[in-house]
Design a protein around this ligand. Structure first.
Ligand SMILES: Cc1cc2nc3c(=O)[nH]c(=O)nc-3n(C[C@H](O)[C@H](O)[C@H](O)COP(=O)(O)OP(=O)(O)OC[C@H]3O[C@@H](n4cnc5c(N)ncnc54)[C@H](O)[C@@H]3O)c2cc1C
Length: 303
């Protein structure tokens, strides 16, 4: 495989794949470099996507997207880009292990990495019976007993947000950082049960990924129907953008033009969770599509 592309997409998650499909259909020479450790890799079910009323896993969308893009000749490289440089006409990308690639246009679609604690069985349930985002999955806990596993304020805020969907909430503050009295009072008013302890293990119904509660470090078992995480501190993966001098917000999301998804650096676009502020699968698809259209226009202008 040649190492020279017209466009390189860094990140082959939802935004990157949608852009790859569209750019492939414009017959450009496209490379996707992906490290396969993003949110769409770990989410085992999305519930709010048009066309998938019974849900679909991130893995399924990724496999279908890759196969679809490959029909148009898009090349996939499994690796992590660790450095990027801009020269007169082309960008050079340096990957782990020493491989390098060049491209005239770049799309950054590197997403966000969730701060998920190392608790036994947690990954088995992500998106199925343990959730991270109330906009995505608040509906999944309607009138159920939900156990929020969190750290101090992010955990408390998650529990308070979920009180719109259910009255039956237990908040386990896994962090040992005390909550202030005002927050404790708000939890009390919403009838939220508060426990301060470490969670040792997520408990599953036999032979399934069905959450049935947690075991605390003290050995106590708390039964529940669903889990929610509230740890905050997700990593916005925009380090490569800083190497190119791309403008970011205070919380490290990349600032893009809303119409074109272009960044402030010529010939670089950004799409999906990495951009301001769209942490939803369908929005990532839309972003990827929009970026692809404008990348194509810019390549045509050049020709
Ligand atoms: C548990 C969970 C449940 C969720 N549920 C829902 C839901 O129900 N509905 C919904 O709409 N959304 C949901 N989301 C959010 C959804 O997964 C994201 O909005 C979506 O994945 C964003 O797509 P993206 O392409 O921006 O990022 P991702 O899908 O995370 O893809 C980014 C890709 O970039 C790669 N990458 C990162 N850095 C580099 C690098 N330097 N070099 C090469 N590759 C790199 C990663 O490996 C990854 O494959 C959920 C997320 C989680 C974690």
């Amino acid at each position: 495989m040649s190492n020279q592309f017209e466009v390189i997409i860094i990140g082959g998650g939802i935004a990157g794949l949608q852009a790859a499909i569209q750019l492939g259909r414009y017959k450009h020479k496209i490379g996707v470099i992906d490290s396969n450790d993003g949110r769409s890799t770990i989410c085992r079910c999305y519930h709010n996507i048009l066309g998938w009323p019974d849900g679909v896993s991130g893995q399924t969308l990724r496999e279908l997207g890759k196969q679809h893009a490959e029909r148009y000749g898009v090349s996939f490289i499994q690796n992590e880009v660790i450095k990027v440089e801009k020269a007169e006409i082309r960008f050079t990308l340096y990957c782990r292990g020493g491989d390098t690639f060049t491209a005239k246009r770049l799309l950054l679609a590197t997403g966000v990495k969730d701060n998920i604690p190392a608790i036994k069985n947690i990954y088995k349930c992500l998106g199925l019976t343990i959730y991270v985002c109330p906009d995505c999955d608040g509906y999944e806990v309607v009138d159920k007993h939900v156990i929020v596993i969190g750290s101090s304020m992010p955990g408390a805020n998650m529990a308070l947000t979920l009180s719109y969907f259910t009255k039956n909430i237990t908040l386990i503050n896994h962090d040992w950082k005390q909550l202030d009295s005002e927050t404790m009072e708000k939890l009390k008013q919403k009838g939220i049960t508060y426990i301060q302890d470490d969670v040792e293990e997520v408990l599953l119904r036999e032979d399934s990924e069905d959450f049935k509660g947690v075991r605390l470090k003290t050995g106590e078992i708390i039964d529940g129907d669903r889990g929610f995480l509230g740890f905050g501190g997700n990593e916005v993966r925009s380090e490569l953008a800083t190497q190119l001098g791309i403008e970011r917000t205070e919380n490290k999301h990349i600032i893009v033009d809303p119409r074109t998804k272009r960044t402030n650096v010529e010939h670089v676009w950004a799409a999906g969770d990495i951009a301001v502020h769209s942490e939803q699968t369908t929005i990532a698809m839309g972003d990827g599509m929009q970026a692809a259209i404008w990348i194509h226009k810019s390549l045509l202008d050049e020709k």
